[in-house]
Structure formats: C-alpha cells, structure tokens
Write a protein that binds this ligand. Structure first.
Ligand SMILES: [Fe+2]
Ligand SMILES: [Fe+2]
Length: 405
C-alpha cells in the first residue's frame, strides 16, 4: 500500500481531501498534517512514499518543508499542491519538486498524477536499475554551473545580466554554448556573442537546458569511454532530438512548459548511454558491437545484458538530480512510451517521436514514418495521423545530414 502524507494549514482543505479520497483508503494509506513542522514530526515516526504539500502556510512554508523532505528522505516523492496561478514564479521558489497539482482538483486527477508518479518510480527504481547504478561506480553529479544557475533563478528577481555573468565565468562552457546557439540548430540570423545575449535571444529556459546538457557532456572522462565511441555523434543526436521534440510540441500547440520539458528531455534522453559507456566501458564496447553486427537496437541489447536500458538508468540519474517528473518520465520511456500511464500528448510523446525521426531523416526515399515509432501508442493516443506533419517540420529544421548514434 502506498503511503501518502497531505499537508495544508487549512483544516477545511484537509477535511475536503479526506472525504474526496475516502474511496481510495484501501489503495492508499493517507495521513493529514496541519503544517510543515507537524508533517516532519509525523515523517520522523513513519516512512512515506509521497508528500503533497500546500505552499503558503504560516510557520514552515511548503518550499521549506519540501526542501527538508528532499534532504532527509530523498526517495519520497514531492508534490506541490497549490491554488497559486503564477506557477512559474512559484516553481522557482520551491526548488526540486516532482509535480505540481493545482487545487482544487478532482479525486480522479489526483489519482492519475499519483499513479503516474509511482509508475515512473517502479520503472526507474527497480532492482535492476539500482544494481546497475551501483556497478557503474559513482554517478555523475549535477553539473556545477547548472546548480549555480538554479540558485540564482530562485532569487526573488533573477536578472539576465547576473545569469549571463554566471555562465560567462565558465569559459569552456560559454564557448560551447555560443557554438551551439550559433549552429544551424537554432536558425538564428544574427551571430550571438555573449551568454547574456543568448539568454535574451533564446530565453532562459533554453539556455538553462543547454547549460545542463553541456555540463553533462563536459563531465565525461573521455579516456573511460570504449574504443570507437563518439561523444560528438551522441552530442549531435541529442541536440537534434531536443530541437525536434520542441518543434513537435509547437506544432501540436502544446504549452510553453511542455515544449521546454520536451527540449530538455530531448537533450538528455540518452544521458544513460554516457553513464553506461563510461561506467561499464568494456561490457558496453562488446554490447555495442553485438548490436551493430546483428542490427539490434542498443537499448534492447542493454536490456538483455543489464536487465534495464540506458533509458531507465538515465532517468534514474535525472531523478536523483531533482529534475521534474515530466522530464524524467520522457527520458525513462523514450523507447517504450506505451508503458507510461500518462494520457494525451506529453513531452514524452514529443521525445519519443523526435528520437525516432532523428534516426532516419531524411528518410531513404519513402517519406514513411520510422520503424522506431511506437505506432500502437500513437494510434491509442489518436496522433497517428500527425506523423507526416511532424516529419516535415523536423525535416525543415534539418540543414545537414549527420551521422546517427
Ligand atoms: Fe535512447
Ligand atoms: Fe536517442
């Protein structure tokens, strides 16, 4: 039985929740706390799988509580439950949170979000994933520069100049980011000369994601990688999937938030490959050869060898870094989106399609959708008729033919 703690200073909200969720009492063990301190006291006596907290509370507010929960109980899932409309400002102040639930909400909505969060945990916190994570030695830390940016962004009034300065202080990263934003991927007409200018032109979210991706790649010790492994190919592939995924979201009229999540998840979707290639280099070399010789997909060969693939190990890492569920989920299920219980078009849909299309655009001569697309998933979602438009939009972004990972 899943153990869930609800925290709100308003007793009528708690009573309402208790009544609304009464029918779920056989599935969930639910406890209700009237404030941050009360919640921490309860948690010190019994473990919880999920904490759902209000934001504005007297005494200890939700942000402080959830940060405390993250530090003390990193495995506990953290949901923000708030009536605040200005979600973006709120999310900035909150720090690492897995999901945001707007109140009031219906039991059905809450149940779907909780089920989805637990399905993700079941996938990325399986024994196989944990075992593999322990075998790769130490997992890469959250890139320094990204952590510094997040700190600045949590300030009440983050300025572009300050963000620019923080990035600029890292000379290697600035060079990499400028190279990227001036590449064909962004199709900018003017040459971007500074980090601050990149933020102004592309937006903070885009630059933030690029900093994260750049940091992840910069941390890799190339000497540990198997012979013949090309970091450059993976880099280009990741960039392509990020930009394709965002283009697909735009085409579908998805929210800015979904598009940003899809972009970030696209950039990071194969981060597990880096973890495995650097951490289990000898096995990985054999495995990649085997996949190439037998024309198998790398993730399937990984699955056979390790009991899980780069998708789950990558998502596991991003989960540890505290990235939101929407990104972790898109990475975890990018090869098998049908395993995710989410309904409708999500950033996962975009990343799955982008990854498939990034492998075969321009399609040899058929213009058909890729064999890597999960067609059953797309049919169930009702999006199978959109593939051609997606393919055309991504083709339009493609300015050069690049080798694939
Ligand atoms: Fe992949
Ligand atoms: Fe990929």
């Amino acid at each position: 039985m899943k153990r869930i703690l609800f925290v709100d200073d308003d007793s009528s909200v708690l009573e309402g929740l208790e009544r609304m969720l009464y029918h779920l009492r056989k599935e969930w063990h639910m406890v209700f706390a009237s404030g941050g301190q009360a919640a921490l006291d309860i948690m010190s006596k019994e473990p919880f799988d999920l904490v759902v907290s209000d934001m504005r509370m007297p005494g200890m507010d939700g942000a402080t509580l959830l940060t405390e929960v993250m530090n003390r109980y990193p495995d506990t899932v953290r949901f923000v439950f708030s009536g605040q409309t200005d979600k973006e400002t709120l999310m900035r102040s909150v720090g690492p949170t897995h999901q945001y639930i707007t109140k009031p909400c219906e039991a059905k909505t809450l149940k779907a979000s909780v089920d989805r969060a637990f399905a993700l945990r079941d996938s990325i916190q399986s024994e196989a994933v944990k075992q593999l994570a322990s075998q790769v030695g130490s997992l890469p830390p959250l890139p320094d520069l990204f952590a510094k940016l997040m700190d600045e962004l949590r300030a009440p009034d983050p300025s572009i100049a300050a963000i620019g300065k923080i990035i600029q202080a890292d000379v290697a990263m600035t060079a990499k980011i400028l190279q990227l934003v001036n590449s064909a991927f962004f199709g900018l007409r003017q040459n971007v000369g500074s980090a601050a200018q990149a933020v102004t032109l592309l937006g903070l979210d885009t630059v933030k994601s690029l900093v994260l991706m750049g940091g992840v790649f910069a941390q890799v010790d190339e000497r540990k990688l198997p012979a013949g492994f090309s970091l450059d190919i993976l880099w280009r592939h990741s960039m392509k999937v990020g930009t394709y995924a965002r283009a697909i979201c735009t085409l579908e009229g998805a929210s800015k938030e979904t598009a940003n999540d899809a972009f970030t998840a696209g950039l990071l979707h194969d981060v597990g490959i880096l973890v495995l290639a650097a951490g289990r280099s000898q096995i990985y070399e054999k495995l990649a050869k085997n996949a190439a010789e037998h024309q198998l997909d790398v993730y399937q060969v990984e699955q056979t060898a390790f009991g899980c693939s780069h998708a789950e190990i990558g998502a596991y890492l991003l989960g540890i870094w505290g990235l939101p569920d929407s990104i972790v989920e898109a990475v975890a299920f990018h090869h098998c989106p049908g395993l995710c219980p989410a309904e409708g078009f999500t950033s996962l849909t975009a990343v799955h399609v982008a990854n498939a299309l990034a492998r075969d655009i321009p399609a040899p001569d058929t213009g058909q959708s890729s064999e890597y697309l999960d067609k059953t998933y797309l049919v169930l979602l009702g999006f199978d008729g959109h593939v051609q438009a997606w393919q055309e939009a991504c083709s339009a972004l493609q300015t050069e033919k690049e080798p694939e990972s």
